[in-house]
Write a protein that binds this ligand. Structure first.
Ligand SMILES: NCc1[nH]cc(CCC(=O)O)c1CC(=O)O
Length: 350
């Protein structure tokens, strides 16, 4: 008689295959996910299946020309073909509408969602913040969202593209003609590179704030639609407040983009609000749609009680509609017009 190993699943040990990009950050993120899963599911074997996506292979074509899903399409194809059981994504890199047959299984607790400034090593401790930089200083970023917001507050700075993985970008700021670069805190912190962070940017930054990208700092796990077995396994990793915040952000983006990626920035925070009935936790979402050159912007904010993903969705949608009514459409139309014309304009987030 064969003995059956008694495990938490109540069945034979089995293997789960995980789809991921193969960048050092992506692999680190998968390690973090597996470490969390392994705590609960001791007898499951997790196998990492890294591949290069279009965004990894093509490092020169402007991002929008590569189309939507440049970081995700190949991974979702593998998921659909059952070559992998779930995919680990940066939530920020996922299009707001998923392909048929795919489902956002869960979103994990968020790392710091803010953007940060990293100065060239050779500058030593000469600069502490963006405002310390002289006229004409060069800021590396390929994100129109970042450049457009910073242009508004720091008109003297010059913006240049910088693409590549985190290590490549850090090498470029140190060795090439950049004075600083802007990156997401989350990637640096996960890679143990937080020591390079000189300044955190958010809506309240003195001298000029910045809102982050939709989904920035959160990891999202994508599964085949209705795959209850895998959904059940991943459920233990869900951070519901983060998931609700990201749903609000993604709904905002989905409502605004109308088929084309646009420079939309946001910031969500769970805040306590006092009322006659006592204190209540509410979700505050701030958002900004900005023209490519930073000359025009429409900003807004809403605070609502959110107790479900559907309510998070409608919060994001309402804020988007409010921004459109207050003039965001004019900015979006202008961007879409340039996008449709000859010559590429980058509006994806890098
Ligand atoms: N495609 C770039 C990308 N996608 C997600 C992150 C950061 C990590 C995160 O937001 O979870 C980055 C790098 C960056 O913006 O600095």
């Amino acid at each position: 008689m064969s003995s059956t190993h008694n495990n938490t699943e109540g069945s034979e040990p089995f293997t789960i295959r995980i789809g991921t990009r193969r960048s050092p950050l992506a692999l680190k993120q998968v390690d973090l996910v597996i470490a969390e899963l392994q705590k609960v599911h001791k007898d499951i074997t997790f196998e990492v299946c890294p591949i290069a996506t279009m965004g990894d292979r093509d490092k020169t074509t402007p991002l929008p020309e590569l189309g939507k899903g440049l970081w995700t399409n190949e991974l979702e194809a593998q998921l659909g073909a059952k070559q992998v059981d779930f995919v680990v994504h940066c939530c920020k890199d996922m299009p707001t509408t998923l392909p048929e047959g795919c489902q956002l299984g869960c979103i994990m607790e968020r790392e710091d969602p803010r953007d940060v400034v990293i100065f060239k090593k050779a500058h030593g401790d000469k600069y502490e913040k963006l405002g310390d930089l002289p006229q004409g200083a060069v800021v590396g970023t390929s994100s129109v969202r970042r450049a457009a917001q910073l242009r508004r507050n720091y008109p003297g700075l010059v913006f240049r593209d910088v693409r590549g993985n985190i290590d490549t970008r850090l090498r470029k700021v140190d060795d090439e003609e950049y004075d600083c670069i802007i990156l997401a805190a989350a990637g640096l912190l996960r890679m143990g590179l937080g020591g390079r962070i000189a300044q955190y940017l958010d809506s309240s930054t003195e001298g000029g704030g910045m809102l982050h990208a939709v989904g920035q700092g959160a990891l999202a796990l994508e599964v085949r639609e209705g795959d209850e077995k895998v959904l059940g396994i991943l459920k233990t990793l869900e951070d519901t407040p983060t998931m609700m915040a990201c749903f609000a952000e993604r709904s905002l983006m989905r409502t605004l983009e109308g088929g084309c990626s646009v420079p939309v920035a946001c910031e969500t925070k769970w805040v306590e609000e006092e009322s006659d009935e006592g204190t209540k936790k509410k979700l505050r979402i701030r958002a900004l749609v900005v023209s490519l050159d930073g000359s025009e912007a429409v900003e807004g904010e809403r605070i609502e009680e959110v107790a479900s993903l559907a309510q998070a969705d409608s919060l994001g949608k309402r804020l988007a509609q409010e921004l459109v009514e207050r003039g965001a459409q004019k900015i979006l139309d202008a961007i879409n017009q340039v996008r449709a014309g000859p010559g590429a304009v980058k509006v994806g987030d890098a």
